[in-house]
Design a protein. Sequence first.
Length: 298
Amino acid sequence: MAPYTAQAVPRFVHWTTDQYGNRNRLPLCLDQEVIVLGDSMAIGDSMDDSDILSAQLSSGLNHCVRSVAGGKLGHQAERMFELNLSPHWVIFVVAQYAITDLLEIKSFKMPSLDQVGILESNPILDQIKVAGNRIRKNMYWNYRATHGLFAAIYRSFLSPHEATSLIAPAPQTPSMIFSSPKDGRYISDDQITNMVEAMERFTTQLHQRNIQVIFTIVPQKEEIYSDLAKVAPSSFSEKWLSKTTNKSFHYVDLFASMRALYQEKRTFFHHLDDNHWNKTGVQVLAESIIPLIKKEQK
């Protein structure tokens, strides 16, 4: 995490995938009530299996929650139907810094009946995928180890002062690192309108199968910890809220709740050295979703 900084330390997490390549605990639950879709925030990058959204929702609802998150956003719902999953709720989670990817759901097409349940597990292909992932991980870590070895050899030929100057001193108090790969803070009104309309069409299609949709955007660090980033929060959340009034999907506003908790209790919802959210951030969303679903179940 946070490569080439003084906070560059590995984070080890337990990551379980099912026979279809989705991040789910085994054995798979079959009476799915809720399906989680979305990007790396929904998958739970940098978090342990027990901390990700599907696990926290399953614990709070005492019901089956499955994840089909990952890959193109527009294809995930299609994949859900291919797996013959028929939930009552779909939770859709997208990071603000990658919000423009939301337009991918325009490609979503409701499958015909003969396309439902066509996706089956392939044990041989699964083994190949697992082996490939191990090879890539080993190559990555061997590269890092080799790079570190050559760096150490190089420093051994330098004077003590020169060698020490090449090593970044570790901070006494880890700082928040701001390095979002994309910036979703300054999106035009037309772009927001297009994304909201895409979500509305997507929701209308799922309503045809009696599936309710809950949508949320995970705020960028700059929006929540603006004092640390030394920037002012953007007007993105206010613009988004103004355009989602009276829409078919349920929108959970994480901007307001996270800002309030940070200002009141100095709560952090992201990893210091990573753009992804942490267990606390996921918990804020889970605690907003669970009462909503339970209310509809009564």
